[in-house]
Design a protein around this ligand. Structure first.
Ligand SMILES: NC(=O)c1ccc[n+]([C@@H]2O[C@H](COP(=O)([O-])OP(=O)(O)OC[C@H]3O[C@@H](n4cnc5c(N)ncnc54)[C@H](OP(=O)(O)O)[C@@H]3O)[C@@H](O)[C@H]2O)c1
Length: 338
């Protein structure tokens, strides 16, 4: 049996909980491991702890109606609770802050210090403290799994860490924000920036405050993570040029189209001719022959350039309840399989 605890019980955690429930709480691991939820900690919705296992069917049925009344405990010192609960793995899916990485860094540290593995979709901690977190995990002999931090359940981190080992990667570039790509795609059919943005909000792609999406900060966090995963380098946020899409006009889009090009918000990390690792986030004109040209709507894609394979492009969902919940599920299975 593997015991898990949720820290943050929003969209993504509920996506994972639904996947687990549909699989009858049995992980498809080598030994068909049973999975039991022993705690839910959420500062807004409420918390619940039960060492004998929480009835997740009941919790999820209520959550679908927006009812969290079964989360009766009010836990404010979340790191302390993380330390005290007897669990094998914490699911860190709380709030993202890419400037400080908090509160998630303190959640992850509390988990590692108390002997728990961590699976997370939270970009914040890895945009600012990637090295420190993985160093601590190594010292504690625990796993920190972060597949969902870059384009949700579409496999990227695991592909970079295993499937492309030895390929001599020189650059990774791609479309890593669905909201921006959706807006740019709609603008190609003549819709204004403002209308496309409000449509993206109605469809649930964009946050109520879309600044992080359209000004490139969400993509920046992913670029910082990729710098670590691919090149083992912590890039500094303030040294990376970041430009979003909010200044692109319909006239710019029209001109691009007439030249058989498309604007895409591209996040990049690469090694320059001196071997220095660089990062950038900016709208770029992408020509028709580029594999990123045809990526439309909220879809994401990453092009990995390596000396041995040339370009390898991975395309898929970059957000969503089930899609991001799946990244967590996959990481849990990997931990249980050792
Ligand atoms: N949704 C996606 O498609 C997606 C994709 C990739 C990555 N992610 C990342 O995954 C994480 C979860 O996303 P989500 O969409 O599930 O967000 P969400 O629906 O807002 O859920 C997060 C929950 O965590 C709670 N929370 C905030 N601070 C907390 C703390 N200190 N301790 C415990 N709970 C806390 C939030 O309460 P409050 O509302 O009071 O803050 C909220 O209920 C985020 O870091 C996000 O960036 C999401």
């Amino acid at each position: 049996m593997v015991k898990i605890m949720y820290v943050g019980f929003g969209i993504v955690s509920q996506g994972l909980a639904e996947i687990i429930l549909e699989a009858h709480s049995i992980l498809p691991t080598l030994k068909k491991t049973e999975i039991q939820t022993v705690a839910i900690l959420d500062t807004m919705k409420g918390s619940k702890m039960d060492a004998n296992g929480i009835n997740m069917q009941e919790i999820l049925a209520n959550a679908q109606k927006g009812d969290y009344s079964l989360l009766t405990e009010n836990i404010l010192d979340v790191p302390k609770a993380i330390q005290e609960v007897q669990a094998d793995i914490i699911i860190e899916a709380s709030f993202t802050d890419i400037k400080t990485g908090q509160p998630a860094i303190s959640h992850i540290e509390a988990a590692l210090h108390s002997g728990k593995h961590v699976v997370t979709t939270n970009k914040g901690p890895f945009a600012v403290a990637y090295e420190e977190i993985f160093k601590l995990a190594k010292e504690r002999n625990k796993t920190v799994a972060i597949e969902g931090t870059v384009i949700s359940g579409t496999p990227i981190i695991n592909v970079l860490n295993t499937g492309l080992l030895g390929a001599q990667i020189t650059a990774v570039s791609g479309i890593m924000n669905g909201t921006s790509n959706y807006i740019l795609t709609e603008m190609e059919s003549g819709m204004s920036y403002e209308k496309a943005l409000s449509q993206a909000q109605e469809l649930g792609y964009a946050e109520a405050d879309p600044t992080s999406d359209v000004e490139g900060l969400d993509t920046l966090a992913k670029v910082l993570i990729l710098g670590n995963v691919v090149f083992n380098t912590q890039l500094l946020q303030e040294e990376i040029e970041v430009n979003g899409i909010s200044k692109i006009t319909l006239a710019d889009i029209k001109e691009a189209t007439s030249n058989n090009m498309r604007y895409k918000l591209i996040g990049q990390v690469w090694k320059d001719s001196q071997g220095k690792v660089q990062g950038a986030v900016r709208p770029k004109l992408v020509p028709m022959e580029d594999s990123l040209y045809g990526i439309s709507g909220a879809t994401n894609a990453l092009k990995i350039t390596s000396s041995i394979l040339g370009d390898t492009t991975i395309i898929g969902a970059g957000a969503g309840k089930t899609e991001t919940g799946f990244a967590l599920y996959n990481d849990i299975i990997s931990i249980v399989n050792g």
